[in-house]
Design a binder for this molecule. Structure first.
Ligand code: C5P
Length: 317
């Protein structure tokens, strides 16, 4: 095929996620913990545009000059970046000999517990496959996503899904209607491995699950029923995150933030993933707007989003 037949660029959008429920079990020999989680993709997106190039390079932008400057200090542009690894994985798996320039426009906070890096990787997989016309099947994309990280397959699919195993074994969850969330983000991220280690330490100190943590877990039925019914009040009663405790121990201000959101009228608030993002569930778009402005008036960075939204999608080519 001649080079002229290739698209000039491919723009893919992938969502961030929150964990509506996150139960953490024992640590497997590979260092990963057994999980039972429910992911919901929300309307905060990463935009990745792939341009033809001879070698591999990456640039990262935020939504404004301040966030772009912050990302320049916090986001690696080399092989530590999951989007870069995704591009190279597609090339090596398909035998493609050229390169790509990836332009990443971030809205999902870095190291925020919302899977922003995983969304970048999922978007890069789809963008490179389309740019290079390498024709990977959905199953092949899934398999490559699983190799890149536990949250990457979910960013490909989006929607609402149950994750078991190490979080990468996905099954769609029935979720009706729309859920309104207010997210409070932090400029300074938390390290996912450190938060998992903090949970292990906390359990060992307190004897909880320390002797025999389960290596297989299930999502509680009430969580699935609330999602299926599209009932935020029912969901608020059973939202939970085992990583909340170590995240609060590491960052005590998160406790204040949760209380502020509840005072403002949120139904429930939990740390998302390994934090520090806090996700508040609200019962309607109007109450979410109120909670968002109340938290903003208190000096927090709050954004109103909704779920569930689709996974990585080609926007333009
Ligand atoms: O797969 P991912 O790169 O997102 O995981 C980051 C880190 O989070 C892992 O290196 C591990 O320390 C921790 N983790 C875990 N158990 C999981 C998922 C992640 O301990 N199921």
């Amino acid at each position: 095929m001649s080079l002229a037949a290739f698209p000039d660029s491919v723009h893919v959008r992938a969502p961030g996620k929150i964990n509506v429920y996150l139960g953490v079990g024992g640590r497997h020999d590979d260092g990963y913990h057994a999980l039972a989680t429910v992911f919901q993709a929300v309307s905060l997106y990463e935009d990745v545009t792939a341009y033809p190039a001879d070698d591999f390079s990456l640039s990262v932008f935020g939504t404004d000059a301040a966030s772009t400057a912050l990302f320049a200090d916090t986001v690696p542009l080399d092989d530590r970046n999951l989007a870069m690894r995704a591009a190279k994985l597609v090339a090596s798996e398909t035998g493609y000999s050229g390169g790509v320039h990836l332009e990443v426009r971030k809205s999902v906070p870095v190291a925020g517990g919302m899977g922003g890096g995983s969304a970048d990787a999922a978007a890069a997989l789809v963008a490179c496959d389309a740019l290079w016309e390498t024709g990977l099947s959905p199953q092949q994309l899934d398999e490559l996503a699983g190799r890149l990280g536990a949250d990457v397959p979910f960013a490909l699919h989006g929607g609402t899904a149950i994750g078991t195993g190490r979080g990468d074994r996905l099954n769609p969850a029935l979720a009706r209607g729309r859920f309104d969330w207010v997210l409070v983000t932090s400029d300074e991220g938390l390290s996912t491995p450190a938060i998992y280690a903090g949970l292990d330490d906390h359990r060992a100190r307190n004897g909880a699950l320390a002797d025999d943590p389960p290596l297989s877990l299930d999502v509680p039925i009430p969580v699935l029923q609330a999602l299926r019914a599209g009932d935020p009040h029912a969901l608020a009663l059973c939202m939970h995150n085992d990583l909340g405790t170590p995240a609060l121990l590491e960052r005590p201000v998160l406790d204040d933030i949760i209380n502020e959101g509840l005072e403002a009228g949120a139904l429930s608030g939990i740390v998302s993933g390994s934090g520090p993002t806090v996700a508040f569930l609200c019962d309607a778009p109007e109450s979410a707007q109120y909670v968002q402005s109340d938290l903003t008036a208190r000096g927090r960075t709050a954004v109103h989003v909704h779920g569930a939204v689709p996974g990585a999608r080609i926007i333009a080519r």
